[in-house]
Ligand binder design. Structure first.
Ligand code: HEM
Length: 239
């Protein structure tokens, strides 16, 4: 969007925004150069030849792109790519430099939509509260109740935006995500994930139990100064 997106991203009115196809095309020489960097480093590790080290230094800034290309190389090894196939590996790697646009596009918009919704909700709540009508507006109170999980959703969408949007890099232009992924076995990962899921499910069950218990007791329960109410109050504070 001219004069809207440009200043938002670049803080200037004239800087061009590079399109996806142009980004892919601009990456092609860097992928080729990265393949040269990874190959030179591998040769240097084996033979310690000064020429290989020099070659590596000449291409080292693109090494991340070479690592990115390894997904399309035989046995994930860019040094094993026959010279006549390098261009085809470069073409296959080009689309990998962009994140999944659908996921980033929609998770960002859902997050922002929810952010705007919260703003409107709080503006309405302030207005109704100032007019002393908040407690009597059943529809608004119902909307507020149903809105309770929405900040968690917005946080998840924000997190998805950030994580999906920075793909394919763990370290931008240096380390591709697939190379930094855990080397643990699938069963180990499933075991630890299941452990966390069970543990946090217990936490939420306890939390919900306590929330419902004290919500049902109502605010009056805290005003009474008999022994039982004090104990309840203390446990809320502790909670
Ligand atoms: C007008 C509304 C909003 C705007 C314009 C906005 C904008 C952004 C932007 C630009 C990012 C960074 C994405 C990136 O990494 O490049 C982000 C991330 C994030 N947003 Fe929002 N956001 C909005 C509302 C919200 C709301 C309402 C929540 C939660 C209640 C939220 C939670 C997050 C989270 C958790 C992240 C990820 C942070 C991280 O892991 O780096 N956002 N948001």
């Amino acid at each position: 969007m001219p004069f809207v997106l440009t200043p938002l991203i670049t803080h200037s009115f004239t800087t061009p925004i590079t399109g996806m196809i142009e980004l892919e095309d601009a990456a092609a020489p860097r992928i080729e150069s990265g393949i040269a960097a990874v190959s030179a480093l591998r040769r240097y590790e084996e033979g310690h030849q000064a020429a290989d080290l020099e070659m590596f230094h000449a291409h080292q800034n693109d090494m991340g792109y070479g690592l990115l290309a390894s997904r399309h190389a035989p046995n994930q090894d860019v040094t094993a790519i026959p010279p006549e196939q390098i261009q085809s590996v470069v073409e296959q790697t080009k689309p990998d430099i962009l994140p999944n646009v659908f996921v980033t596009f929609w998770s960002f918009r859902l997050m922002v939509f929810l952010g705007v919704f919260f703003f409107v909700l709080f503006a309405m709540a302030s207005y109704l509260s100032l007019k002393n009508q908040l407690e009597r507006n059943r529809l608004f109170l119902k909307i507020c109740m149903w809105a309770i999980p929405l900040p968690i959703l917005a946080t998840e969408f924000g997190w998805i935006t950030a994580e999906a949007g920075r793909q394919p890099w763990t370290v931008f232009e240096r380390l591709p995500t697939f190379m930094s992924a855990s080397t643990h076995s699938v069963s180990y990962m499933l075991f630890s994930l299941a452990g966390f899921t069970v543990l946090y499910s217990i936490f939420i069950a306890v939390e919900l139990y306590l929330m419902f218990k004290f919500a049902r007791l109502g605010p009056e329960a805290h005003g009474q100064h008999d022994h039982g109410a004090d104990a309840d109050h203390l446990s809320i504070v502790a909670h």
